[in-house]
Design a protein around this ligand. Structure first.
Ligand code: SAM
Length: 298
């Protein structure tokens, strides 16, 4: 992509820009000597976006290193999340879930970088401008997928069932669902609708991982440097983008529908890997939960 800048458009605005922030964090993670996940595509997405020219792609370009709230702490959070969810989707696919649906896929490059079992298909749902930007960058790189990939432009707040089925998804076959960095931006009603849809399309043996925040954060937490630095330095006001309504309890809703669930904090995985963000006072990450759910076979 050297020398080619995308016109921008919606990916660089509003919630689309968060996909670029996560891509920059993945680029930095990729080049760490102790990296938790490697994504060689991430830096190309960032460099293709006109308004992200000065974003760092290496830890050496972050003067405060790990102490930097944005690219150090939040960046490492995204690196850890990528690794944990890489492991989740691969484990689930190898256990039989051969159709994987990435909800709010953004600039996720898993179709291009993970070693999928044969016969897998990845459906990537996001808004049209995000997927167009992504495709443009991938085409210019000549990237080839490691499994079948089906991008689907759509709004996850609406009814996307028919579109997914028309794209080849089979509700009778076990599936793997991922909502990484998505629920936070949806209204309660949209999150409930999404969970209902996932459940109705999931055969027994399906699995789902998603990220939530437990409720609206206290003013002291909202003043955390993670939020202020994202707003001031890269123009992403997460607190405005996050939905402000009381959050639904999607974990309990899934349990009522017969799913088994496991709720983890990011710090559980920091301990497991010996790397990642650690708790701090008035922590912007303290209410984040990663939920792993499965619909048992009879
Ligand atoms: N899952 C990706 C990752 O972790 O790299 C992207 C995460 S990014 C923080 C959030 C993504 O959700 C963006 O790409 C955005 O366009 C998408 N998104 C948010 N609301 C959406 C909606 N209503 N319909 C479709 N996509 C949506």
């Amino acid at each position: 992509m050297a020398g080619t800048k995308h016109d921008g458009g919606a990916i660089e605005l509003g919630v689309g820009r968060t996909a670029l922030m996560v891509a920059a964090a993945r680029a930095i993670e990729t080049h760490r000597p102790d990296s938790l996940a490697r994504d060689g595509f991430a830096e190309h997405f960032v460099r293709a976006a006109r308004t992200c020219e000065d974003w760092p792609l290496r830890m050496e370009q972050v003067p405060d290193g790990d102490a930097d709230p944005l690219w150090g702490r939040l960046g490492r959070y995204f690196g850890l999340r990528t690794r944990v969810l890489d492991d989740f989707v691969l484990r689930s696919a190898r256990a039989g879930g051969r159709q994987v649906v990435l909800l709010g896929a953004g600039l996720d490059s898993r179709a291009f970088r993970l070693d999928w079992p044969s016969g897998c298909v990845l459906f990537e749902i996001d808004r049209g401008p995000v997927l167009e930007f992504k495709q443009d960058v991938l085409d210019k790189l000549g990237a080839t997928t490691k499994t079948r990939r089906v991008p689907i432009a759509g709004d996850l707040r609406g009814d996307w069932t028919a579109t997914l089925i028309a794209a080849g998804f089979d509700p009778a076959v076990p599936s793997v669902w991922l909502a990484e960095g998505l629920m936070l931006y949806l209204s309660s009603a949209a999150e409930r609708g999404l969970i209902d849809t996932v459940d109705s399309l999931s055969a027994e043996g399906s699995s789902l991982a998603f990220e939530v925040k437990l409720g609206v954060e206290r003013p002291e937490v909202r003043a955390n440097a993670v939020y202020t630095s994202a707003k001031q330095r890269i123009g992403i006001d997460l607190l405005t983008l996050f939905d402000r309504e009381p959050r639904p309890d999607s974990t309990r809703d899934l349990e009522r529908k017969g799913w088994s669930t496991e709720v983890k904090t990011p710090f559980d995985f920091t301990r497991q890997f010996g790397r990642g963000p650690r708790p701090e006072p008035d922590d912007a990450l303290a209410s984040n939960r990663w939920v792993f759910a499965s619909k048992p076979r009879p």
